[in-house]
Design a protein around this ligand. Structure first.
Ligand code: PLP
Length: 964
């Protein structure tokens, strides 16, 4: 054997995922370190990070496990989940995701790694998919306008409540919810009403509405227990007292039923889950929100609208105030930032795939099975309480409910146990004749006398009166008819994906959004049947795998953050903020400090922070930042003194949104604690801390993490997200619980909790496996290395760009944290070039722009993450440096002041259709550097006219003639 042969132990090393996740190889890392004058990655800790926050105490995480081992482990976990036929209903129904959509969208990085479509010119594909979603919701609900998704049905109802208060003109502070709404919706409403100072009355809307003055009403349609009622009288009597009416409705039933928009509803909300998106033990799914055109400026979340580009061509973008980082702080209508783009895209494609006839067949079949099942149960001697139903029945079974539910479970079926005498059940798209017969068998005393399906079918007429059926055509736009062959569908999905820049094309250097690798092994887990097919209210005895996953993930996150307890319920960072602040409020109340209602927030904060504080019922007081971008300690001392008796909390982002590790974090926490306040840490930037700092040990009482940023859940084009919060032990008892599933908060004590903040007990449960896999494969070593590499990459970029653009803020020794801000303010004066021009010119170079205009106007915030290689980072820096030269040419007068590369960017293929008349070459316009030669990204549209789109707001698919 030659002495240079590697030893077997070296060859056996399998834990190489770290090197797959981190973009640069060791040589490249070394080159970057050298450029910064450092010897080793570890040296960054002393160079860039304040000594008093560093915590290198080893994590108790297991060491790295290989990709193969992770998959094996997750297989074992998922096998502990038992998949039953779940007919529990309550807003969650089994469905079939068409395989064409699963493979081409859900499992396609072109779709799932995209960012929120702020840069509309490179997002036309998903914008069109979202426009389809809006059109589908508008058609089915009969409303005039729909947004592009909210987090879940329950929070959509809560948003409808807030909007009703703003718009109703009623002076009442009461919101009336019908008692036949889903219980999780009522629970989330209760939490929200409590924090916003509304009185929530839950009652029988048909008998008690007149006895009540209120600003808004919520009714479920069909009811949670199945009854379809004519809501016209409710709408009339609510409108008589200037109250707005929200209808929480079921999309599939609306294929057949008279839609809310046709009987005068003001707002329609609901869940699009059953349009091909798996239940996933609670989520993620896209909720929808539809309303009247006159309310368009008050709609929560994002609306996709039609506009035109500079060539007058049809183009899409986010409309109204929903563009850019425009969450309007404490004036915001809602705190929603990350929504549910990917699930909305999936549901929209489901409607495209099936079309109006297909959906009518599915809805018709579900209803017919329900009708036959009901009649059969009556023949078996049961009383069906629901008289007029779509897919849900309420069945009276005096004293036998418990036994029947148990028998059903023995037959592999979950039913809804309502009380000792009553059972509920809902059928769905996957129901078969077999299901019906099994149900009869479960209910029947004597199995021999089962009814005959065909005989019942022949003799039964329908139970829904004509007055409650819809008579209009739905989904008439050609997009819902053109792609019913799989070949056409496949090409349509690919055509849209090609229009977008996602991570599968080039780096997306988005400050604060951490667009890192979403590895294939991590993503694999969300395709498992045992992860997807579980109903969120399935008995816990069937979900041991999930419970293990939650326990292990919570332990990992506690270990990393230094907190004592985690709640996985919040569905995005914004929801984590709201939840964390509620927990703080509750803590003060329990301690007899109810008056503490002031929330200090630095001027640099993300817009969600103040918006969440307002939702939590707190008064926002803005803290000044000093010239270096740090929280002003003087101002903090002044304000904590001023609000000594009323300070509830400080919300602080660390490292700051200015991209620096402030030196005074511990001091800031101490000042706040000294004044009786709690410290809320916005953990969106945790990618700069994982493995080197535990916020829970250095002064933070609560923090949210964005699993869709730091922990590898893909951005999905703007969602789904997961925003769990970690808290110290003193706050754990108040973490959210759930009205249907018990034991969600094991720390609960006699003071109670903050209630529920999401519809599902563990939020978006199915995608937690992604973060679990990421942490398991990286291990303690990998996570620390990722953090330091992210900091290295950001500093390398700052180092390369500093000679060309001013770096706005730096910390200790001139280092930045994991992102940096480059200052473009001067160009406006020197040559009328804006930061937007630079963002659009980057498209010609094949890049998605960094974060524009947040947290400082006219700047770019760049976050490369650890997953980008030095090669890609250099390519990006080269592009920005080349653009700087293009700017210099305008400044010096050698390029035209108006008609130039920046102002005309991005350059589209349309320019090639006419004679070339621009004062620079095609080469400069389209192929500014060598990289475009082998992989040119052609933007499908030119610069989009936002103002035009907002003046002529269209949020539906335009007539086909407009596309031609
Ligand atoms: C992303 C972000 C948020 C909001 O998180 P979502 O998951 O989008 O709701 C809050 N604060 C900061 C600093 C962020 O970057």
């Amino acid at each position: 054997m030659s002495s240079s042969a590697p030893a077997l132990s070296q060859l056996e090393m399998r834990g190489s995922f770290i090197n797959r996740h981190i973009g640069s190889n060791p040589d490249e890392l070394e080159e970057m370190l050298e450029a910064l004058g450092l010897d080793a990655l570890e040296d960054l800790i002393s160079a860039a990070v304040p000594a008093d926050i560093v915590d290198l105490e080893p994590l108790s995480l297991t060491e790295t496990i290989s990709e193969r081992a992770v998959i094996e482990h997750l297989r074992k976990i998922k096998e502990r989940n038992k998949v039953f036929v779940s007919l529990i209903g309550m807003g969650y129904y089994d469905t079939s995701m068409p395989a064409a959509i699963k493979r081409n969208v859900l499992e396609n990085p072109g779709w799932y790694t995209a960012y929120t479509p702020y840069q509309a010119e490179v997002s036309q594909g998903r914008l069109e998919a979202l426009l389809n979603f809006q059109q589908m919701v508008i058609d089915l609900t009969g409303m005039e306008l729909a947004n592009a998704s909210l987090l879940d049905e329950a929070t959509a109802a809560a948003e409808a409540m807030s909007m009703s208060k703003r718009l109703s003109g009623s002076s009442s502070s009461t919101f009336f919810a019908d008692r036949d709404c889903h219980p999780q919706t009522l629970a989330v409403l209760k939490t929200r009403a409590g924090s916003m100072g509304f009185d929530l009355v839950v009652g029988d809307v048909f008998n008690d509405l007149d006895k009540q003055t209120c600003f808004g009403v919520l009714v479920q349609y069909p009811g949670s227990t199945g009854e379809i009622r004519d809501l016209t009288p409710i709408v009339d009597s609510a409108h008589k007292q200037s109250a707005l009416v929200t209808v929480a409705c079921d999309l599939l039933s609306l294929v057949l039923l008279k839609p809310p928009g046709h009987f005068g509803a003001d707002i329609a909300v609901g869940n699009s889950q059953r349009f091909g998106v798996p239940m996933g033990y609670g989520g993620p799914h896209a909720a929808f929100f539809a309303t009247r055109d006159e309310f368009k400026r008050s709609v929560p979340g994002r609306i996709i609208g039609v506009s035109k580009d500079r060539h007058g061509q049809f183009a899409l973008r986010m409309a109204l105030q929903t563009r850019e980082q425009h969450i309007r702080r404490d004036k915001a209508t809602s705190n929603i930032c990350t929504a549910q783009v990917l699930p909305a895209v999936l549901a929209g494609f489901y409607a495209v795939y099936h079309g109006p006839a297909g959906l009518r067949m599915i809805a018709g079949r579900v209803h017919r099975y329900t009708r036959i099942l009901a009649e059969g149960l009556m023949q078996l001697g049961f009383t069906i309480e629901t008289r007029c139903y779509f897919d849900t029945l309420l069945i009276k079974t005096p004293n036998r409910a418990k036994r029947i539910v148990t028998n059903a479970q023995e037959a592999g079926i979950n039913l809804r146990f309502i009380d000792g005498n009553t059972i509920g059940l809902s059928l769905d798209e996957t129901t078969s004749r077999q299901t019906i017969r099994s149900l009869w068998r479960v209910f029947a005393a004597q199995p021999a006398d089962l009814p005959q399906i065909n005989a019942l079918d022949a003799q039964l007429d329908d139970c829904i009166p004509n007055a409650l059926l819809r008579s209009d055509a739905i989904l008439q736009h050609p997009v819902f008819s053109n792609y019913h062959s799989e070949t056409e569908m496949m090409r349509y999905m690919r055509r849209l994906a090609r229009r977008d820049i996602a991570l599968d094309r080039s780096m997306i250097p988005l400050g604060s959004c951490t667009m890192k690798l979403n590895a294939a092994t991590e993503m694999q887990t969300i395709s498992y049947h045992e992860i997807n097919a579980l109903h969120p209210f399935a008995p816990l005895s069937q979900t041991h795998g999930y419970q293990q996953l939650f326990d292990e993930l919570e332990a990992m996150l506690c270990d990393l953050t230094g907190f004592d307890a985690i709640s996985l319920q919040p569905n995005a960072g914004s929801q984590g903020e709201y939840t964390g602040l509620l927990v703080i409020r509750k803590y003060h109340q329990v301690n007899g400090q109810e008056q503490r209602n002031i929330c200090l927030i630095p001027a640099s904060a993300h817009g969600t922070n103040p918006a969440s504080a307002v939702m939590a019922g707190l008064d926002v007081v803005v803290l000044a930042c000093d010239d270096d971008g740090n929280v002003s300690i003087d101002d903090l001392r002044k304000k904590t003194e001023q609000y000594r008796d009323t300070l509830a909390a400080l919300m602080i982002t660390y490292p700051s949104t200015h991209g620096v590790f402030e030196e005074a974090f511990r001091e800031i926490c101490a000042i706040v604690h000294d004044a009786g306040g709690q410290v809320y840490l916005d953990g969106a930037n945790f990618n700069a801390l994982a493995g080197i700092c535990r916020p829970g040990k250095i002064g933070a009482d609560v923090a949210h993490l964005n699993l869709h940023k730091t922990f590898a859940i893909p951005h999905g084009g703007g969602g789904p997200g997961v925003g769990p919060i970690g808290v110290g032990a003193h706050l754990a008892p108040y973490l959210p619980d759930h009205p249907v599933v018990k034991g969600v908060n094991p720390y609960k004590n006699e003071h109670g909790t903050v209630g529920s903040v999401s519809a599902a007990p563990w939020g978006s449960a199915s995608i937690l496996s992604i973060s679990w896999a990421y942490i398991a494969m990286m291990g303690a070593t990998g996570l620390k290395k990722a953090t330091l590499t992210a900091i290295l990459n950001a500093n390398y970029i700052a180092h390369r760009l500093a000679p060309h653009y001013p770096i706005l803020y730096t910390g200790k020794n001139g280092f930045v944290a994991h992102e940096c801000i480059i200052d473009c303010r001067a160009f406006k004066k020197t040559c009328n070039v804006t930061v937007e021009d630079i963002a659009k010119r980057l498209i010609d170079y094949g890049f998605h722009a960094p974060t524009v205009a947040f947290p400082v106007a006219d700047t770019l915030m760049i976050e490369p993450t650890e997953s980008e290689s030095k090669r890609e980072i250099d390519r990006f820096c080269d592009a920005l440096i080349a653009i700087r030269q293009e700017i210099a040419d305008i400044e010096s007068g050698s390029a035209d002041p108006d008609n130039n590369l920046l102002h005309n960017a991005p350059h589209t293929h349309r320019l090639l259709l006419d004679d070339w008349q621009l004062p620079y070459s095609k080469q400069q316009a389209f192929f500014p550097d060598n990289h475009q030669h082998d992989d040119k990204y052609w933007p499908p549209v030119g610069r989009i006219d936002n103002v035009f789109g907002d003046r002529h707001l269209v949020c539906t698919c335009p007539p086909v003639s407009d596309y031609e």
